[in-house]
Design a protein around this ligand. Structure first.
Ligand code: KG4
Length: 333
């Protein structure tokens, strides 16, 4: 079954053709990062306009790269939530028109389910049940993946997402948007241990997280250094920051594994590319005797293939939608 899949929830327009949920026939991505870098972060209105500009041509490219004609497409999958609502609506409206025009089913896919499903593309043997640590620019959650389409959030951030926090910290260090990857590179120049950063704890919800205090601490450190004319040790701050994020995420996912009895852990989303978090997860999983799946960097960030992968399993579960399908900002999975 060939699925034409669309993703436009933030600043990447992505269109892919995926066969039977596991085989990527094409994966076309147009990133808007350079445009938003001018403003130090994503400007939602500009993101929507850029999606409109490129989505038709990108669809032609995805079909051509896959060696497909429109008639080869059996279904259309699309991100319907969560994300920047105007941006999601562009992909959703376009996908609806394609599904209607081709007379094929329309499959709604939750963006975070898609991130988790990116692992199905990289690891053919991977099947639920497992525990997923989904960490991206807009979402941070620990998810119990009971089955392909039966997922439950066990813990989540109460405020900022981990990626958003990386991006804001990078900005005060003068790094370009999106700041996660440059922060990671900078952090590799230092062993850290220089800055004491806060670690959050949500009273009564041990698997939940908060990143806003950590973000503010970095901003305050930078302002203070500027005021007193003391240079910041940027590599050490980047390293200590990554460690603080990792120390928030990794013990919680291991605790969730203990509580749920899951022994397979899967990382997902853009922040899953982070070298400190990957190394800490590897160590923790080895110690706990858990099997760990770390997606290759290519499948960490937003892409269309992950939507095609999850879309296949949503279709098998009968989850198709009509032309009244709407876009939602909700993170409910
Ligand atoms: O999954 P993604 O491409 O988009 C969303 O669904 O949000 O994630 C983007 C986020 C950005 O915040 C970016 O800075 C972060 O992932 N990111 C990283 C790294 N690479 C990308 N954060 C930390 N370390 C990295 N190596």
């Amino acid at each position: 079954m060939k699925i034409l899949a669309f993703e436009s929830s933030c600043d990447e327009t992505a269109v892919a053709v995926v066969e039977d949920g596991r085989r990527v026939l094409s994966d076309a991505i147009a990133s808007q990062a350079d445009l938003h870098a001018l403003y130090g972060g994503v400007v939602p209105e500009l993101a929507s306009r850029k999606h409109v500009e490129v989505i038709a041509a990108l669809t032609e490219k995805a079909l051509a790269d896959a060696g497909c004609t429109r008639q080869d497409i059996d279904a259309v999958a699309v991100t319907y939530a969560p994300g920047l609502i105007g941006a999601v609506l562009v992909g959703l409206s376009f996908a609806k028109s394609v599904a209607y025009g081709l007379g094929v089913p329309l499959i709604p896919v939750h963006h975070v389910r898609g991130h988790i499903a990116a692992n199905y593309l990289a690891f053919p043997e991977l099947e639920p049940p497992f525990l997923a640590l989904a960490i991206s620019g807009g979402n941070t959650m620990i998810v119990d993946v009971r089955d392909y389409t039966d997922l439950e959030i066990l813990g989540a951030t109460r405020d900022d997402a981990a990626g958003e926090c990386f991006d804001k910290a990078a900005r005060v260090l003068g790094l370009p948007y999106p700041g996660g990857a440059p922060m990671d590179k900078l952090a590799q120049q230092s062993r850290g241990g220089v800055y004491t950063l806060p670690h959050s704890h949500v009273e009564g919800a041990p698997l939940d997280m908060s990143f806003s205090g950590l973000k503010t601490a970095v901003v305050n450190l930078a302002h203070h250094a500027e005021q007193v004319g003391e240079p910041l040790d940027a590599p050490a701050l980047a390293r200590d920051f990554a460690q603080a994020v990792s120390d928030t995420l990794v013990p919680r996912v291991m605790e969730a594994a203990k509580q749920s009895g899951r022994t397979v852990i899967v990382a997902a989303g853009g922040v899953a590319a982070n070298s400190v978090i990957r190394a800490d997860l590897e160590r923790a999983c080895e110690k706990a005797g858990c099997r760990l799946y770390l997606p290759p960097l290519r499948w960490c960030g937003d892409n269309g293939a992950m939507i095609g992968a999850q879309g296949y399993y949503e279709y098998l579960a009968g989850h198709t939608a009509g032309m009244d399908l709407n876009a939602y900002a909700t993170r409910d999975i």
